[in-house]
Design a protein around this ligand. Structure first.
Ligand SMILES: Cc1cc2nc3c(=O)[nH]c(=O)nc-3n(C[C@H](O)[C@H](O)[C@H](O)COP(=O)(O)O)c2cc1C
Length: 153
C-alpha cells in the first residue's frame, strides 16, 4: 500500500477541516492508506515511512504555526540526507485570515532544506473555509495520492 501522510495543526478548526478533506480525497484512491496526524504527534519515522506528504498550517503572525515549526525543528537533523526523504512528493495548504503567503513561503523554504519535491500547487484558504475550498482540498488529496500510487513523481 502507498502511504500518504497528512500533517496539520489547528486551533479553531479551519486547518483541521481542510486536512480532513485532503484525507477524504486521498482515501478515494485504491491502494492508498491515509494517515492523518496532528503536527505534535508526528515523528521522524512517519516522515520517512510515507510515500507522499501533505502539510497543513494556519498562518499565525505571518508565519506557520508553532506546532508545524516544532515538527520541522524536531525532525530535520534526524532525517536529513535519508534516501526516503530525498525528493519525497509533498504539498502544502494554509488556512489564513486574509493572507497566508508568509506561512507558505517559510514552509516551502524548509521543504527545500528537506529536499522534498513539490507535487502540487499550494492551496491557501483566506477567511472561512467554504465548500469550494474543501472541494479543492479533496482534489489535492486525490491528485497527490493518485500520483504517488502511479509512481509519477
Ligand atoms: C495568533 C493568531 C495569529 C494570526 N495571524 C494571522 C496572520 O498573520 N495572517 C493571517 O492572514 N491570519 C492570521 N490569523 C488568522 C488565522 O490564520 C485563521 O483564523 C486561520 O483560519 C486559523 O486556522 P485554525 O482554525 O486551523 O487555527 C491569526 C490567528 C491567530 C489565532
Amino acid at each position: 500500500m502507498v502511504k500518504i501522510l497528512i500533517v496539520y495543526h489547528s486551533q479553531s478548526g479551519n486547518t483541521r477541516r481542510m486536512a480532513e478533506a485532503v484525507a477524504k480525497g486521498a482515501g478515494e484512491i485504491e491502494g492508498v492508506t491515509v494517515i492523518l496526524k496532528r503536527a505534535f504527534e508526528v515523528m521522524e519515522e512517519d516522515l520517512i515511512d510515507c510515500d507522499g506528504l501533505v502539510i497543513g498550517s494556519p498562518e499565525y503572525f505571518g508565519y506557520m504555526s508553532g506546532a508545524v515549526k516544532d515538527l520541522f525543528d524536531r525532525t530535520y537533523e534526524k532525517v536529513r540526507g535519508h534516501k526516503k526523504i530525498f525528493r519525497k512528493p509533498y504539498a502544502v495548504f494554509i488556512s489564513a485570515g486574509n493572507d497566508g503567503l508568509g506561512a507558505l513561503m517559510h514552509i516551502e523554504k524548509i521543504g527545500l532544506g528537506y529536499q522534498f519535491k513539490k507535487a502540487h500547487q499550494p492551496l491557501i484558504a483566506k477567511g472561512p473555509v467554504t465548500d469550494d475550498i474543501l472541494a479543492q482540498c479533496e482534489d489535492l488529496g486525490r491528485t497527490i495520492a493518485a500520483g504517488c500510487e502511479a509512481g509519477i513523481y
